[in-house]
Design a protein around this ligand. Structure first.
Ligand code: ARG
Length: 568
């Protein structure tokens, strides 16, 4: 909880009959300085109070003005449909800068007396298939959310729901038995497996025996047949090795690697339970849940040949995880094309009386597309993450060589910049929107990009190095008189607030935007006031601002998984 927001919530709830907690969640930070430091919009009450938002804002403001104001707040004003709150600059500076100075990594780090458990399922690529750009989005969004929830005091459990079970393994086993060999798999595991898979689909069109064979192979696998199981294990291990290198590169870890196969032992009892509860029925030999009344298509839980399905394994997974973790929230970070699947999943849970269904959220996202420049798609119309990374690194290196030809470790740094560019681009819009990757835009050192954030962080580091004196707090916080100083302090003070917004909407975008505003305000400050050549007293005070900016950027970048190089 943010002290200033708490004060505002308390004040506002004394003039309006709504709960402090509810007010707290309505507080916004206004876009312009002359709109104050925080605002509350009155549009939402216009109907119920039968007044225009403008009049409501005026009423609230005039009532608030009559109250004895705490020292932190200097002015309250109505503007349009908003009530705006103005802070005492000096106290704000003191509070923010002291907290960063005392806890450079964590600031006013939030802790919960009994932390709430949040289960976050993300990444979840498929065995024997390439790690696609869609999986990159899930991995990045999920990892950002995990770090941010943990920073905000939640107990986070990270699960990778690997796609390691299903009829596709019957196809793969069949394809391998027909056309594969160990050598090709050792040389290039995922690509070879994927090529086999694509070939299966090509040849299946003219050879129906493949379909039957694959179905049998999956059924063997589900029944525990040794030879099928051995191949499956091998494919899985090969894929895991490649996946591990991707996760290391992205700096991502999981608490549990529980793929779909993890739940298969739990399926028979799940099916019995659903049948007993009268949720499922048999139709043409298959077990289904009829969701017509819910305006959804039928969900098939088990096929006639007794093989299980994606949704069946998801039902088992949800129930298992709830038993295991008794979570406060569970997030599924998965593309929006699976929305119907999650609606069906949550609906069946609710029909079956699992009241935790409403703690489950599908954190959906749109697609990444590649602007004018087409990425090589090798086969099967899939963009491979490795290709994207390689391309970004190549471009980043050429930009760095041009900007800073004498830079040491240019290759390593270009890797950081490339990763920063991609990861930031991914959260540069609200997640549900499609993101377009245009290389020149995302790698630019100016504009709203990862490299821009990294570059500004490098600038703070180099100032701190040049200054080469211990940082200290000023005796008098009224020393910050310049408009750019005040603006920067005000923005720095909103760090935790931006994280609260991330948590409220599961939207890392807010942290990205916040860091961009810190960077913009810092660069304006840097360009308009003297720093290193300022008189002693001002020098120390301004270096404290540089230090605070550096800390906020470092922690912010770390939460986004974006490397923060010291030089660039
Ligand atoms: N493996 C799936 C895919 O790549 C995503 C899994 C999403 N998670 C889930 N619980 N269904 O499409």
């Amino acid at each position: 909880m943010n002290l200033y927001n708490e004060i505002i919530a308390k004040l506002f709830s004394s003039v309006h009959s709504i709960d402090e907690k509810d007010v707290y969640s309505l507080i916004e930070f206004p876009p312009k300085e002359d709109q104050g430091d925080r605002a509350i919009a009155c549009f939402r009450w216009a109907k119920e109070k039968k007044k225009s938002p403008q009049d409501l804002a005026k009423d609230f403001a005039s009532q608030l003005q009559k109250l004895p104001l705490p020292k932190e707040i200097t002015k309250i004003e109505a503007q349009g449909g908003y009530v705006n709150f103005f802070f005492n600059d000096e106290l704000l500076a003191q509070k923010v800068l002291t907290s960063v100075f005392q806890n450079p990594d964590t600031f006013e780090k939030v802790s919960m007396s009994s932390p709430l458990r949040v289960v976050i399922e993300f990444s979840s690529p498929n065995i024997a298939k390439p790690f696609s750009i869609g999986h990159l989005r899930s991995t990045n969004l999920g990892a950002c959310l995990s770090r941010i929830y943990a920073f905000m005091g939640y107990e986070v459990t990270r699960i990778n729901h690997l796609g390691d079970w299903g009829t596709q393994f019957g196809k793969l086993i069949t394809a391998y038995r027909r056309w594969g060999n160990a050598q090709m798999l050792d040389e290039n595991p995922i690509l070879s497996l994927f090529t086999l898979y694509v070939r299966f689909h090509d040849e299946e069109k003219n050879d129906p025996t493949l379909t039957t064979e694959a179905r049998e192979a999956f059924s063997q696998l589900e029944k525990g047949d040794e030879s099928a199981k051995e191949l499956w294990d091998w494919f899985r291990n090969l894929t895991m090795k490649e996946l591990d290198s991707i996760y290391t590169r992205l700096g991502v870890e999981f608490d549990h690697l529980w793929g779909e196969s993890f739940y298969i032992d739990q399926l028979p009892s799940l099916l019995t339970t659903l049948e007993k509860k009268g949720i499922s029925e048999i139709s043409e030999g298959a077990t289904i849940v009829n969701l017509k009344k819910e305006n959804m298509s039928v969900a098939v839980l088990q096929k006639g040949d007794e093989s299980s399905l994606y949704i069946t394994r998801d039902l088992a997974a949800a129930i298992y995880r709830y038993k295991e973790f008794d979570f406060y929230k569970m997030l599924y970070v998965v593309g929006s094309e699976q929305s119907l699947h999650f609606q069906q999943l949550f609906k069946i849970l609710s029909m079956a009386g699992y009241s935790f269904y409403d703690r489950c959220n599908h954190v959906a996202f749109g697609q990444i597309t590649f602007g004018s420049e087409k990425m090589s798609t090798r086969k099967g119309n899939v963009v491979f993450l490795q290709d994207v990374l390689a391309r970004a690194e190549e471009k980043a290196l050429s930009i760095i060589k041009e900007k800073n030809p004498t830079l040491e470790n240019a290759v390593d740094i270009s890797k950081d910049v490339a990763l920063g560019a991609i990861l930031f681009a991914d959260i540069s819009a609200k997640r549900i929107k499609n993101v377009k990757f245009a290389w020149d835009d995302i790698l630019s050192f100016e504009g709203e990009t990862g490299p821009y954030l990294q570059y500004s962080y490098v600038r703070t580091k180099s100032l701190l190095k040049k200054h080469d004196q211990p940082i200290s707090l000023p005796n008098d916080f009224s020393i910050y008189k310049e408009r750019e100083e005040k603006k920067l302090i005000r923005t720095l003070s909103q760090f935790i607030f931006s994280l609260e917004k991330v948590v409220a909407e599961n939207e890392p975008f807010y942290l990205g935007q916040y860091l961009i505003s810190v960077t913009k305000d810092f660069n304006r400050f840097y360009q308009s006031v003297r720093i290193l050549d300022a008189p002693e007293n001002t020098l120390c005070a301004r270096m404290l601002l540089v230090f605070a900016t550096s800390c906020v950027l470092q922690t912010g970048l770390q939460l986004l998984g974006i490397p923060a190089p010291e030089k660039m």
